[in-house]
Design a protein around this ligand. Sequence first.
Ligand SMILES: Cc1cc2nc3c(=O)[nH]c(=O)nc-3n(C[C@H](O)[C@H](O)[C@H](O)COP(=O)(O)OP(=O)(O)OC[C@H]3O[C@@H](n4cnc5c(N)ncnc54)[C@H](O)[C@@H]3O)c2cc1C
Length: 372
Amino acid sequence: MGNRRGVKVFDLIVAGAGIVGAACADAATAEGLRVAIVEPAVIGGGATAAAMGHLVALDDDPAELALARYSLELWEEFAELPEVQFSRCGTLWIARSERERDGIAAKIARLGAVGVAAGMVDENELYRLEPALAPGLAGGMHVPSDAVVYPPNVARLMIERACGRGAQLYTGRRVCALEAGTVVLDDRSSLSGPVLIATGCALTELLPMLPVRARKGHLVITERYRDFVKRQLVELGYADSVHGGEDASVAFNLQPRPTGQILIGSSREFGTTSSEVSMSTVRRMLVRAFEFLPGLRRLQAVRIWTGFRPSSIDGRPYLGPVPERRDVWVAAGHEGLGITTALGSARLLLDQLLARKSAIDPAPYLPARAFG
Ligand SMILES: Cc1cc2nc3c(=O)[nH]c(=O)nc-3n(C[C@H](O)[C@H](O)[C@H](O)COP(=O)(O)OP(=O)(O)OC[C@H]3O[C@@H](n4cnc5c(N)ncnc54)[C@H](O)[C@@H]3O)c2cc1C
């Protein structure tokens, strides 16, 4: 940190300490940059705390898959850190119909093309892997390398690492204005230097030209039932819920936590800013889950919560410089994949900031696309 006429000067001011801002602060300090982090609330307490923490290679969009694949590689560094609660449980994608099963070969090819191994699972194998599944399912696809983590702990760990390398943390402070080369906080103090806006769903408060819509989700968690299921289980129809234009949708997505608890999702809903639990949505979600795992009915739920996914115009995050704004950068809009893709996002951002080539093509994520 430097000092210019009483204003502290940084190489990068990170607004927002969710998993994305935390990953950027961690990566920037690892490069030797002088970093400030501004977070008005709890570190990792926004969408990051609400997430399932599934690290998953989704193949629906080639750009999204490239970023997920790159990030999954980077997650390996965290696999042995106890606080991260990394568990390589893999994902078992479940087909309900022959039509869904017929699409699996193409999915395996798309994943294989970027080096993610996935295997076709026939009916017998499906029930051998997960005996609790309902009878009559058509098979599936197994991706053994997918994993789960505990996202708020990861955000805290990365902020601690950044601070250990000299980053200045301003908690309880909000960035409220961006002026030429300066960031104004809500206590009227200023910080000077390039700024990275990583404020998730609050992005448009500072950068109204980059649309982000909050997409509400519900999750339910149970008591501990060890070995009820062993893998993250997701219906193959999940992508329809992610990409569908429906205002509200549910899909079966269930995760065995390392604690033995079962985390049950998921719902997606635009057009609401209320964080209240909607029991009718939870009921829809659970009815869907019971269709795949009838034994779930016997388990005791202990908590339900909601969160908001920051959804960009096309589901891909905005990563890079903000057009027509000198020294303003953005890393936000990761929708339902921001835990998986936070690490790769941070690398792409840092590469652009330091004007060097990235491991993957950064073009699909440039904020300029929102400017038409
Ligand atoms: C129900 C649910 C389940 C999910 N499951 C998964 C999953 O299994 N796998 C996956 O990969 N992703 C998942 N996601 C998506 C993931 O949680 C998000 O994409 C990710 O957390 C976004 O991180 P972020 O840092 O951009 O946002 P946030 O975590 O919301 O962080 C933004 C931060 O910015 C701060 N902030 C706001 N305004 C300002 C300001 N003016 N100045 C400074 N700071 C500010 C906020 O306080 C907040 O801490 C899920 C999301 C939800 C809601």
